[in-house]
Design a protein around this ligand. Structure first.
Ligand code: OAD
Length: 254
């Protein structure tokens, strides 16, 4: 159920731990852990053609290449650790739950750094590197190994039918109903480390604004839709997210 419609005006209210906050994270929050972003210089899409490795058409044309791309990224998870931004969001989730509020953490990231940072509930709208899905029987399961065309599905025993549980360009992101429900009852929307260039995630700020929800951005630099945010803090997420948590804890303000 979506919440009641709200007037389309910006409601300036002071946030505190008993509020409902929706946080959207992108590659920038994991950048301080050493995970490359997509569109910054030297980012993933500067090295790979997304059409070849992140579309259903690319997978159909060359599944081995797609497996190699995600095998490398999955293996790379072992080399990185959650940073203070991931940990601060986990602490915030706990503190808000204790205070009677709620933090809904939505991420476009397919890494597991939020979970390893202590977050208990994470909505991975673009899927997860640590899961696979069988295109034959639909089974989805945790998977930490490499995939190849010879990998057998543990459920239906088909060969080469397991694919990364990742949303590719042209596919529908996951958990959209849950995300819309959380935004509908939010007191604040916070976007952290995302370029604001990939929809539908880039449209969440407009959705929140249309409901009168104050919106805040944390990023290294203004994102493509920075003009839609009421407040912004610029700097590395590993510094700025813990500072935001401190501000929430000490004064209850944004
Ligand atoms: P992008 O690579 O598009 O943007 C990364 C954002 O993080 C930029 O706005 C940077 O300014 C910011 N940033 C970089 N370092 C940062 C730091 N240390 N602290 C804070 N911010 C920092 O990544 P996303 O916006 O996450 O989708 O990309 C969205 C989607 O596009 C991804 O989920 C992926 C990609 O193609 C799919 O693969 C389907």
């Amino acid at each position: 159920m979506r919440g009641l419609p709200r007037p389309v005006i910006l409601i300036r209210c002071r946030m505190n731990l008993s509020s409902n906050i929706v946080v959207l994270t992108g590659a920038g929050i994991s950048a301080d852990s050493g995970v490359p972003t997509f569109r910054d210089s030297g980012g993933i899409w500067a090295k790979y053609d997304y059409r070849e490795v992140a579309t259903p058409e690319g997978y159909a044309a060359n599944p081995a290449l797609v497996h190699e791309f995600y095998n490398l990224r999955r293996a790379g998870l072992k080399e990185v650790k959650p940073n203070p931004a991931h940990k601060a969001l986990a602490q915030l989730e706990e503190a808000m739950a204790e205070a009677g509020g709620s933090l809904t953490l939505v991420t476009q990231n397919v890494d597991d750094l939020h979970e390893r940072g202590g977050s208990k509930s994470v909505l991975h709208m673009h899927g997860e590197l640590t899961k696979v899905c069988c295109t034959a029987c639909g089974d989805v399961r945790a998977w930490l190994h490499d995939l190849s065309l010879k990998t057998e599905c543990p459920v239906c025993r088909a060969l080469g039918t397991l694919r990364p549980h990742i949303v590719w360009f042209g596919e529908m992101p996951m958990l959209m109903d849950e995300i819309a429900e959380a935004i509908a009852v939010a007191d604040q929307f916070v976007s952290i480390g995302t370029s604001g260039s990939v929809y539908p995630a880039a449209g969440f700020v407009s959705e929140a604004r249309s409901l009168g929800i104050p919106c805040m951005e944390i990023n290294l630099k203004p994102s493509e839709n920075a003009y839609l945010f009421d407040t912004a803090f610029y700097g590395p997420a590993a510094e700025q997210v813990p500072l935001w948590l401190d501000r929430l804890r000490s004064s209850g303000s944004r």
